[in-house]
Design a protein around this ligand. Structure first.
Ligand SMILES: *[C@@H]1O[C@H](CO)[C@@H](O)[C@H](O)[C@H]1NC(C)=O
Ligand SMILES: *[C@@H]1O[C@H](CO)[C@@H](O)[C@H](O)[C@H]1NC(C)=O
Ligand SMILES: *[C@@H]1O[C@H](CO)[C@@H](O)[C@H](O)[C@H]1NC(C)=O
Ligand SMILES: *[C@@H]1O[C@H](CO)[C@@H](O)[C@H](O)[C@H]1NC(C)=O
Ligand SMILES: *[C@@H]1O[C@H](CO)[C@@H](O)[C@H](O)[C@H]1NC(C)=O
Ligand SMILES: *[C@@H]1O[C@H](CO)[C@@H](O)[C@H](O)[C@H]1NC(C)=O
Ligand SMILES: *[C@@H]1O[C@H](CO)[C@@H](O)[C@H](O)[C@H]1NC(C)=O
Ligand SMILES: *[C@@H]1O[C@H](CO)[C@@H](O)[C@H](O)[C@H]1NC(C)=O
Ligand SMILES: *[C@@H]1O[C@H](CO)[C@@H](O)[C@H](O)[C@H]1NC(C)=O
Ligand SMILES: *[C@@H]1O[C@H](CO)[C@@H](O)[C@H](O)[C@H]1NC(C)=O
Ligand SMILES: *[C@@H]1O[C@H](CO)[C@@H](O)[C@H](O)[C@H]1NC(C)=O
Ligand SMILES: *[C@@H]1O[C@H](CO)[C@@H](O)[C@H](O)[C@H]1NC(C)=O
Length: 777
């Protein structure tokens, strides 16, 4: 065990007394292959307050659904992503996210990859935010182009299921710290750690933690860690005080939430007790130029914790004087996840609103994203620097200006210039910066998109900066630094542009939760269907469409031959097969670009499958050379049976195999009777030698191609080959001149040979034998 994990373990033991207890269990859920985001299975958990560790247990297994032919299922790879607040935003296929998508500066995401082999996978999350946690799970992404197109029934029908549960370790109760009052305590052999908490009302600008301890030597030191809403993990939290006697931390807090402070022994604990003091103060600034901090602790009356929330409203009013807060109003629309926020003064029917941004004061806005009902779309923040007379005057005479906006989650951020970050205070809240400036037309517009935003308070802070012709920051005069900026704060289903030209937006429900996602067309991929790296080229699409349709022309020789040999029914069925196959592929192959749909695709598909199997059946019956009465019964029975099978499950291999096997059985039986009755080989030797073997070989090759070799990538070639092979096989297999044999059969009528002689008068009245003879002919 290395030092870090020892420390972690020590922390775990120190902070949290007790054992993991299972608090959440999800029944097995089915996982499917990932093709697009809609294929994810959503798992929802709720982590209780004051959880120190949440331990997730995921167990994936395979279940065999129909077990006649196969003994078991191979484990497959499973991917899982887990995160607080909203669904994880992922791209397992590596597709590009649309421009200006906020992906990296977000709440941290946990990831696990494992096999569906019934082995539990444990994912530990230390110091988790309490509330809703969402996991998405699916069978790991593989390139669909290499997927085999397996006919149903040829592979085991396996279903991957995932069971999950969550156990938590709840930390011992924390002592409430009243801001402004010093609290003291000590760490000794009995008290390995101490937890405190204080409430940060929404108007708080800054928090100062003043921590000091008695003494600190190499053997024993105290460590102070803090975190919003969750018990901090002494091992990883940022901004801790460690190994120091006095330590002061100023930070911009997550507002409207409890902060937890943990004091623990940082190294091996010696037995001599160490005393410490802790003080919390709230600070406000009154100017963005100088970071003068004002002690606002005095404004907060000494409250009992349960009274705090009642007085918060009163407090906010006082604190809000330190910056200008633009009040926002929410407007919701009937579509899921569709709402916007605008200023109260906004004119009706305008999607944007205007505000004044100054260089001398922070302009601030805050808005709420609701739990569950708001998190399944994309939040968009757009900013435009209006080129009004003031701006023109300023840029023409003095300097160029820039407006920096920070969009942040939970805690306010401060725009900086020309740095890249929004604020350099530590903390792992999502924050993203956009900047617009007056230097060119395109630079005056900026946007940022947040897919699946986390629920809670979001903040927008704006400030303008002036810079001279060398791009160096310069001071602006007060009235000219005031700029008119138009803003849009809105949420839409899927993406702001509704999935663009190459996708459609849909809402899906999984595990009781609704989310919206794009379904892309024409081989486009990605969150907004904007990644064209896998697009099938026009040439390829055209080739596929042409190959798959034109290959059906090979049925023409078969039809002509059938007509010449007077197989009129068969010729008709082959014509139907050619017709429907051509139009089915014409509708299916070109992906909307080179496609022509005579009827609904589903109707064409039914007709294609139906007529193809019927062709097989009538060919086998023709080869059987049955009496005409039997033949028409066989035709009608086949037509009805195949219609039933095709409608029942057209992609199942059995729909093809059952008629084929029955047909072969009828044919074999018929041939054997004929052999016996003619006392010579039936069909003729010529047929056996020259037509039957190549025909059967072709059929075999065709079936192997159809059943085992098709992948999405080579479909156009292999399936076209299947059309051609089948059409050629008919030419070989269809017996010659039906007429001749019918004539011959007539002349055979009297020759019902041993063991049964029907013409023998003594048998004339035996109904059974009459039937047998009738059949025999
Ligand atoms: C995880 O869950 C599986 C199945 O419910 C169970 O058999 C296993 O004991 C659990 N493991 C842990 C560490 O809780
Ligand atoms: C997860 O945490 C529990 C309790 O702290 C611990 O027993 C277990 O070993 C941890 N598992 C992993 C994989 O870290
Ligand atoms: C922090 O606390 C120590 C000890 O109580 C005190 O000496 C120091 O002045 C405090 N610092 C501030 C800024 O209040
Ligand atoms: C902690 O104690 C162990 C033995 O109890 C010792 O080996 C180790 O050096 C100590 N670590 C520190 C940082 O004092
Ligand atoms: C801001 O600070 C200055 C100097 O510290 C003070 O004179 C002024 O009154 C403060 N403004 C507000 C709004 O508190
Ligand atoms: C803030 O004011 C309170 C009450 O006057 C005082 O006790 C505390 O030390 C002050 N804190 C700071 C950081 O000035
Ligand atoms: C806003 O739109 C509605 C309907 O589209 C229209 O009736 C109304 O007149 C519009 N109001 C304004 C101020 O344009
Ligand atoms: C912005 O400032 C201009 C002039 O300073 C004023 O006329 C206008 O009403 C202000 N707009 C807003 C939205 O406050
Ligand atoms: C333009 O700027 C100049 C210099 O600051 C000022 O005198 C003038 O009034 C401004 N004009 C307008 C229309 O704001
Ligand atoms: C944060 O910003 C301040 C002032 O801009 C600077 O003095 C300080 O070094 C910065 N800290 C970090 C860690 O970048
Ligand atoms: C300032 O803006 C003007 C156009 O308004 C542009 O030509 C110039 O390059 C800009 N200066 C800088 C430093 O970007
Ligand atoms: C992305 O942002 C940049 C500048 O912030 C802007 O020029 C561009 O138009 C934006 N792209 C989209 C698709 O919004």
């Amino acid at each position: 065990m290395d030092a870090a994990s020892l420390l972690l373990l020590l922390g775990a033991i120190c902070v949290a007394h007790g054992h993991l207890s299972k608090v959440w269990k999800l029944s097995p859920r089915e996982l499917i292959d990932y093709r697009a985001y809609r294929d994810v299975t959503v798992l929802h958990f709720r982590i209780p307050e004051q959880t120190f560790t949440a331990s997730f247990n995921f167990t994936a297994s395979e279940k065999l659904m129909s077990s006649q032919l196969f003994s078991g299922c191979d484990p497959r790879r499973v991917s899982l992503f887990l995160k607080y607040g909203s669904l994880p935003v992922i791209n397992p296929d590596g597709a590009k996210f649309p421009d200006n998508f906020s992906i990296s500066n977000r709440v941290s995401m946990y990831n696990a990859e494992f096999q569906s082999n019934n082995t539990p996978v444990i994912l530990n999350v230390t110091s988790p935010d309490p509330g809703d946690w969402f996991a998405v799970a699916f069978l790991s992404y593989t390139d669909p182009n290499n997927d085999q197109i397996l006919q149903q029934g040829l592979s085991p029908n396996c279903v991957a299921m995932m069971e999950s549960s969550m156990s938590v370790l709840i930390a011992k109760d924390a002592t409430v710290v009243i801001p402004g009052a010093e609290i003291s305590g000590q760490i000794d052999a009995n008290t390995q750690s101490d937890n405190f908490k204080f409430y940060v009302p929404s108007g708080t600008w800054m928090v100062r933690l003043n921590f000091s301890s008695d003494h600190c030597d190499t053997a024993s030191c105290l460590r102070m860690s803090y975190a919003p809403r969750a018990i901090p993990d002494p091992g990883v939290s940022n901004g801790n005080c460690e190994s120091s006697i006095a330590c002061e931390k100023d930070f911009i807090p997550a507002v409207d939430s409890w902060y937890y402070v943990t004091v623990s022994a940082s190294h091996n604990h010696s037995h001599s007790p160490i005393r410490f003091t802790l003080e919390v103060s709230f600070l406000a600034h009154n100017s963005t130029e100088e970071w003068t901090l004002k002690n606002t602790t005095t404004m907060l009356p000494h409250l009992k914790p349960q009274e705090i929330s009642e007085d918060v409203a009163l407090l906010i009013e006082d604190l809000q004087n330190f910056w200008s807060l633009v009040p926002l109003a929410r407007q919701s629309f009937s579509a899921f996840f569709t709402f916007n926020y605008h200023s109260e003064q906004t004119e009706e029917n305008k999607s944007f609103f205007s505000i004044n941004v100054s260089a001398h004061e922070l302009t601030m806005m805050q808005f709420e994203v609701n739990h569950i009902s708001d998190i399944g779309g994309t939040l968009t923040f757009e900013m435009k620097l209006e080129e009004d007379s003031n701006l023109k005057n300023v840029t023409a005479n003095l300097y160029n200006v820039s407006v920096v906006a920070c969009l942040s989650y939970q805690a306010r951020a401060v725009p900086l210039y020309p740095q890249d970050t929004c604020v350099n205070y530590t903390g792992d809240f999502s924050k993203t910066k956009i900047q617009v400036n007056s230097s060119s037309e395109t630079n005056r517009i900026g946007s940022i998109h947040v897919p699946f935003p986390e629920p809670g308070l979001w903040f927008i802070t704006l400030k303008s900066f002036c810079f001279n012709n060398d791009s160096l920051p310069t001071n602006c005069t007060p009235d000219q630094g005031t700029l008119n900026v138009s803003l849009i704060i809105e949420s839409n289903m899927c993406t702001a542009d509704n999935c663009g030209r190459f996708g459609d937006c849909y809402s899906y429900m999984s595990g009781g939760f609704i989310f919206s996602t794009c379904v892309c067309k024409h081989g486009y991929t990605g969150w907004g269907c904007s990644d064209d790296s896998k697009v099938t080229s026009m040439v390829e699409l055209l080739t596929a469409a042409l190959l798959l349709t034109i290959s059906n022309m090979f049925f023409i020789p078969a039809i002509v031959m059938a007509l010449r040999r007077k197989y009129y029914t068969e010729a008709f069925v082959y014509t139907c097969t050619m017709f429907f196959s051509t139009f089915y592929h014409a509708c299916d192959a070109g992906e909307d670009i080179y496609s022509y749909c005579l009827m609904r695709l589903n109707v064409l598909q039914f007709c294609d499958f139906y007529s193809a199997i019927l062709s097989l059946w009538v060919t086998l019956i023709a080869m059987s050379d049955l009496r005409s009465v039997l033949k028409s019964i066989a035709h009608v029975a086949g037509a009805i049976g195949i219609a039933l099978g095709t409608e029942y499950n057209r992609t199942s291999l059995w729909v093809l195999v059952v008629p084929a096997m029955v047909g072969v059985a009828v044919m074999t039986q018929s041939w054997m009777w004929r052999c016996k009755s003619q006392r010579s080989c039936y069909p003729s030797q010529k047929y056996w030698k020259f037509y039957f073997p190549p025909g059967v070989l072709l059929v075999t090759v065709g079936l192997v191609c159809y059943s085992f070799l098709q992948t999405k990538q080579n479909y156009k070639y292999v399936h076209s080959a299947w059309h051609i092979i089948m059409a050629l096989a008919i030419i070989f297999l269809l017996p010659s001149k039906q007429e001749e044999r019918s004539a011959r059969a007539k002349s055979d009528e009297s020759v019902c040979l041993p063991p049964l002689t029907c013409t023998s008068p003594s048998w004339k009245d035996n109904k059974f034998l009459k039937f047998v003879c009738w059949w025999e002919r």
